[in-house]
Design a protein around this ligand. Structure first.
Ligand code: TGC
Ligand code: FAD
Length: 386
C-alpha cells in the first residue's frame, strides 16, 4: 500500500480543494526539496533561497487573510504542514515560525503600519521572521523572562538574550517578547538595529536542516512604533503558540507517514531467510500497529481542524493533539528504523532523521510534560505548573 492512510480511506474525508492544495505542496516538495534535504541535514544548513520558493508556493502565512496571504482553511494549512514535515521537520519548522509565529504575531497584534511594512514581504519569502520567547533560563516558564524593555523618553531600550530561536540567524525581523513595567510586551526588532546580534547554535543532533540561534539584545533602542500595540500580556505570545502547535499536530503525522512508508517499501524488498521481511508476522505486527497509530493521529488532527474552522478550538484540545501526535510520530519513526536494520542508520533513509528531528518537536512549542499538565489543568481545574 503506497499510503498507509488509505487503509481507512482518510483522504475521502477531505474536500477536493483541500486535496488539491495538499497534492500541489507534496508535488513541489518532491521535485525541489526532498532530493536535497538529506544533504542539508548532513551539512547542517537551510538555504535562504528556499524562503522565496516557499513564498511562491503560497504556504507562508497561508491561513491568514489579506496582506498577500492566501487565506486558506485551517485544514489546508494543516495538510501543507503534513507534507512539509513528511520531507523534514526543519522545513515545516521554517514555515511554522514564519507564518504562525512571526507573521501571526504581527497580523494579530500589530499596527496597520507594521502589517503593511512586513506581512506582504514575509508572505512572499522576501523577508524572513523569527519569534523570540525562550531564554537560556526560561523555557517552559516564559513568565520568568529576564529580557527587559525600559522606556527612555519616547523610545524603548531592550536588553536580554533569547535562546533556541528558529530562523534567528536568517531573520530580517524578530518578534521579541520582553518584560516592561506594565507587563510583557512584544517588539519588532529589524536586523541591523544597533545592539542587536544573533549567533547560530552549532553541533545539533536534531533539526539540522533548520537554523537555530541565540538573539542578543544589548541596549537596543526602538521607537514606540516598534511595539506590537495590541499585545498586552503573556497571553499574546501564548496565543501565537496555539497557531504553531496546530500546524505541528498535522506535521507530526507527515513525519510518521513518511517513516512508515519507508519501512513498508523496505520490508517488501529486503530478503532474509529466503523471504521478504514483510512476510514475517513480527514485521507485519509492527507495520499494522504503526498504521493504526498513524490513522488515529490523522483522525485527531482532522477533528481539531474542524473545531478550529468552527472557531471553538481550545488550547487544551491542541495540547491533546500536540502531545499525542508527536509522541506517536517519534514512536513510529523509531519502530520504522528497526525494520530497516543497519541501513536504517544511514541518511539514505528518512526514519532516523525524522526521529532525531522529532526529539526537538517533543520539546519545543511546549514539552509533552507541559501539554499533559495543560490537559490535567482542564480536567481538574487545578494548575500544577508551579
Ligand atoms: P498562565 O498564568 O497559565 O497564562 C498566562 C495568560 O495566558 C493565557 N494562556 C493562554 N492563552 C492562549 N493560549 C494558550 N495556550 C494559553 N495558555 C495560557 C492565560 O489564560 C493567562 O491569561 P490572562 O489573561 O489570565 O493573563 O501562565 P503560566 O506562566 O502559568 O504558564 C502556563 C504554561 C506553562 C502553559 C505556558 O507558559 C506554556 O505554554 N509554556 C510552554 C512554553 C512554550 O511552549 N514555548 C514555546 C516557544 S516558541 C517555540 O518553541 C517555537 S519552535 C519552532 C516551531 O514552531 O517549529
Ligand atoms: P525546560 O523548560 O528547562 O524543561 C526541561 C525539562 O523539565 C523538560 O522535560 C520539561 O518537560 C520539564 N519541566 C519543566 N517544567 C515542568 C513542570 N512544571 N512540570 C514537569 N516537568 C517540567 N523557542 C522560541 O521562543 N522560539 C523558537 O523559534 C524556538 N525554536 C526552537 C527550535 C528548536 C530546535 C528547539 C530545540 C527549541 C526551540 N525553542 C524556541 C525553545 C523551546 O520552546 C524550549 O526548548 C521549550 O519551551 C522547553 O524549554 P527548555 O528547553 O528550557 O526546557
Amino acid at each position: 500500500m503506497q499510503d498507509p492512510l488509505q487503509l481507512l480511506d482518510i483522504p475521502s474525508l477531505l474536500s477536493d480543494e483541500d486535496r488539491d492544495i495538499q497534492a500541489t505542496v507534496a508535488q513541489y516538495l518532491a521535485d525541489h526539496v526532498r532530493p536535497h534535504v538529506a544533504s542539508w541535514f548532513e551539512e547542517g544548513i537551510l538555504p535562504r533561497e528556499l524562503a522565496q520558493e516557499l513564498g511562491k508556493l503560497g504556504v507562508l502565512g497561508m491561513h491568514l487573510e489579506g496582506y498577500g496571504c492566501a487565506g486558506t482553511s485551517a485544514l489546508a494549512y494543516g495538510l501543507a504542514c503534513l507534507e512539509l514535515e513528511a520531507v523534514d521537520s526543519g522545513i515545516r519548522s521554517f514555515v511554522s515560525v514564519q507564518g504562525s509565529l512571526s507573521m501571526y504575531s504581527i497580523w494579530k497584534y500589530g499596527s496597520e503600519e507594521q502589517k503593511q511594512e512586513w506581512l506582504p514581504r514575509l508572505a512572499a519569502g522576501e523577508a524572513i521572521g523569527c519569534f523570540g520567547l525562550t531564554e537560556p533560563d526560561f523555557g517552559s516558564n516564559p513568565s520568568g523572562m529576564r529580557t527587559r524593555a525600559v522606556r527612555d523618553g519616547a523610545d524603548w531600550v531592550l536588553d536580554g538574550t533569547k535562546m533556541w530561536i528558529t530562523n534567528g540567524g536568517l531573520a530580517d525581523v524578530a518578534t521579541v517578547w520582553a518584560r516592561t513595567e506594565e507587563g510583557i510586551r512584544g517588539f519588532l526588532v529589524p536586523r541591523g538595529t544597533p545592539g542587536f546580534s544573533t549567533r547560530d547554535i552549532k553541533q545539533k543532533l536534531s533539526m539540522r536542516a533548520s537554523v537555530t540561534s541565540e538573539l542578543i539584545l544589548e541596549g537596543v533602542r526602538l521607537p514606540e512604533s516598534a511595539r506590537l500595540p495590541l499585545a498586552t500580556s503573556l497571553r499574546a505570545p501564548l496565543t501565537c503558540l496555539n497557531e504553531a502547535r496546530f500546524g505541528i499536530v498535522f506535521g507530526a503525522v507527515g513525519a510518521a507517514r513518511d517513516s512508515l512508508q519507508a519501512a513498508l517499501r523496505y520490508a517488501g524488498t529486503r530478503i532474509q531467510f529466503d523471504q521478504p521481511i514483510a512476510a514475517f508476522q513480527l514485521t507485519q505486527r509492527k507495520l499494522a500497529s504503526m498504521t493504526v497509530q498513524l490513522s488515529n493521529s490523522m483522525l485527531l488532527a482532522l477533528h481539531l481542524a474542524r473545531l478550529k474552522e468552527a472557531g471553538t478550538l481550545k488550547p487544551e484540545q491542541i495540547s491533546v493533539g500536540k502531545y499525542n501526535n508527536v509522541e506517536s510520530a517519534i514512536a513510529i519513526a523509531r519502530e520504522s528504523r528497526t525494520i530497516l536494520g543497519a541501513n536504517g542508520i544511514s541518511l539514505e533513509y528518512s526514519p532516523l532523521r525524522h526521529a532525531n528531528n522529532l526529539e526537538s518537536v517533543l520539546t519545543y512549542e511546549g514539552t509533552s510534560d507541559i501539554h499533559l499538565l495543560s490537559i490535567g489543568h482542564a480536567l481538574t481545574g487545578i494548575a500544577s505548573f508551579r
